[in-house]
Write a new protein. Structure first.
Length: 269
């Protein structure tokens, strides 16, 4: 029986994307041997059909997974990132400054999506999957402020057993965290620590020069992810960004939560 060549090619691309952390067009070309114009047509068709998607943070194609609430932890991160991407893009167009979306895995937050490339502002481009400090970053503090007490205690217990490498992070954990989280809840947003340079290294060793605020993506009293706004610290814009754009950031986070809820809702509800 004669087979359908176009269908075979589409399935080959889906199989190539299965179980991978995303593939670029060049990588798909090398893996499948298909011409790039053919691959672009196939990928556009798969995106239109909801079978594949392209991250804005690293421009890699990934296979679409099921509803976020039913997916494995790694799939759930990709699903939340896919849903969040248009909200991050819309927010960046509105406020100029880019945003990151971070999801929780194994006691830390991981960068799942970002609009830094779209901003064209030359901000330090952390790779997707980068794991951030929980006690010094704005998203980490937002997560700790609004996650459940039980989850927070697990994170703190792990951090005490395996102290974070950043010396400033250890200092916050020892004596400042409770007050920081109380302030975060009172203000309705989290702030990046002024003595944090962006990595596990001390600020004297590495400094990305950035500042940020962050809010949680909430659903049913549970934190699904965190979103931030990022800008160069040298401009001292925090007060203005909070005044002008905190509401925009919260609206974007609420939009992501609503989109995820709609996706997880059974048909007909």
């Amino acid at each position: 029986m004669k087979t359908i060549r176009a269908l075979e090619r589409g399935l080959a691309v889906l199989n190539a994307l299965e179980g991978r952390g995303g593939m670029t067009l060049a990588e798909l070309h090398a893996h499948t041997g298909m011409a790039k114009p053919t691959l672009l047509r196939i990928l556009a068709t798969l995106e239109e059909a909801g079978a594949a998607w392209k991250a804005i943070g690293d421009r890699r194609y990934r296979r679409r997974v099921g509803p976020a609430g039913k997916a494995r932890p790694d799939e759930r991160a990709h699903r939340i990132a896919e849903v969040a991407a248009p909200h991050l893009e819309a927010l960046q167009r509105k406020v100029i400054w880019p945003s990151d979306l971070l999801v929780y895995r194994n006691y830390r937050l991981e960068l799942a999506e970002t609009s830094r490339r779209q901003s064209n502002l030359g901000l330090f481009p952390y790779r997707l999957g980068f794991r951030i400090d929980m006690f010094l970053t704005a998203p980490g503090r937002a997560w700790l402020a609004w996650c459940t007490d039980r989850e927070r205690q697990r994170i703190l217990a792990h951090a005490r057993s395996y102290p974070p490498p950043n010396p400033r992070s250890r200092a916050v954990l020892r004596g400042e965290l409770e007050g920081i989280l109380a302030t975060t809840r009172r203000l309705g947003y989290a702030s990046r620590d002024p003595l944090f340079g962006g990595t596990d290294a001390d600020m004297s060793e590495f400094d990305d020069g950035l500042d940020a605020i962050a809010v949680p993506v909430m659903q049913g009293g549970r934190v699904l992810a965190c979103m931030n706004l990022v800008w160069p610290r040298k401009y001292r814009l925090k007060a203005k960004i909070v005044k002008d754009h905190l509401a925009d950031l919260k609206q974007a986070a609420a939009g992501v939560a609503a989109a995820l809820a709609a996706m997880d809702r059974p048909p007909g509800d």
